[in-house]
Design a protein around this ligand. Structure first.
Ligand code: GLN
Length: 343
């Protein structure tokens, strides 16, 4: 269904919209460091959740791994715990590949071809595609991520993979590499994603053939990152598209807000409402245990802990982010009365 807001787009003054940005600052570096140590200590012994095992290699992850990083838009980076441990980015990649494709195709085209409404169903739902008459629905579930990957520019699979790999590397500020073991394990057990791609193709909504699209999506999920990388990637989205460590302009400010809006509705799948209600910021999770959360104009929190809730979201990652959102004043929906307004 077309959005009625889309029809009214010409009433928005683009200059005024550019000026309307999230304001406020992160607390001092010392306060951030103290909060990270506190929250790491607080949840170190929390063993809630279960490591993902539907992709065989993911079941081998050490469940005790636990890292947190926070990147500030001013360029400082703080980390505690297993902050250098490499893991596959999995679904967290969806946010950044969407941003790269939005940058290429634009706000209206990505909305029309992928969608931005939540499904209320699990990330790998086939039923969601059927219930929505072949719409991929949003870029953060597998159907939408496959539709997004199919829109990556390039004349060959290699060029399209390089577009994704290089783009995500620019977000991270370093060259990211494929984890070959994860890729091989996932490619060998990928029947469900292949089916979703074929189903989308049967509705005529996939821009490329299902097999190469699924392969590109599987590769993007198999890129190796550490929790520091995720924090820098998120901070680039918090910083109008400029990587705060390298100064590289990766995407436009408009693409950042599009991406964060899409994350707010569906970054944690069917738990996105609970997440927004508790944490008050857009976030994206992945089944290897990473979660990246973005405070626009301020910075980004990334957490890594492989034990997941039943929806596939890191349990400790959610608890840590909830704590930090409150402790550092990051909830986008929180306000206090204006001093002159009484009360
Ligand atoms: N590669 C995984 C899959 O497609 C990613 C899922 C996730 O992280 N939620 O199943």
């Amino acid at each position: 269904m077309e959005s009625v807001i889309h029809d009214a787009e010409d009433i928005v003054d683009p200059k005024a919209a550019q000026a309307a940005v999230s304001t406020g600052r992160l607390p001092s570096d010392e306060a951030v460091r103290a909060a990270l140590s506190r929250v790491h200590r607080r949840f170190r012994d929390d063993r809630g959740g279960k490591v993902a095992d539907y992709i065989p290699v993911l079941a081998e992850a050490d469940p005790e791994l636990f890292g947190i990083a926070l990147a500030h838009v001013g360029g400082s980076l703080h980390a505690v715990g297993d902050a250098e441990h490499l893991f596959s980015i999995q679904s967290v990649s969806k946010a950044f590949v969407f941003a790269l494709v939005d940058q290429e195709l634009g706000h209206h085209t990505v909305r029309r071809r992928i969608g931005v409404n939540s499904t209320g169903l699990p990330f790998d739902s086939v039923l969601a595609v059927e219930l929505n008459h072949g719409s991929p629905m949003n870029p953060m579930v597998n159907a939408g991520a496959l539709a997004t990957a199919a829109l990556a520019p390039g004349d060959s699979p290699e060029e399209r993979w390089e577009f994704v790999r290089r783009g995500l590397s620019r977000f991270a500020g370093r060259e990211l590499r494929l984890d070959q073991r994860v890729y091989a394990s996932e490619a060998a057990t990928n029947q469900r994603n292949e089916s979703i791609a074929r189903l989308l193709d049967s509705y005529g909504v996939l821009a490329r053939d299902p097999a190469t699209t699924t392969d590109l999506y599987t590769r993007q999920c198999s890129l190796a990152v550490c929790v520091r990388d995720l924090a820098v990637m998120g901070a680039t989205l918090a910083n109008g598209g400029v990587n705060p460590l390298t100064g590289d302009r990766v995407v436009s400010p408009g693409v950042c807000r599009d991406t964060l809006a899409a994350l707010a509705t569906s970054g944690l799948y069917e738990r996105s409402g609970d997440w927004l209600y508790e944490v008050g910021m857009p976030g994206k999770s992945g089944v290897s245990g990473g979660i990246v959360t973005v405070a626009p104009g301020k910075g980004s929190i990334a957490a890594f802990s492989p034990r997941l809730d039943p929806a596939g979201n890191s349990v400790r990652g959610q608890r840590v982010t909830h704590y930090l959102s409150g402790a550092l004043g990051l909830d986008l929906f929180a306000s206090t009365p204006h001093p002159g307004s009484g009360g």
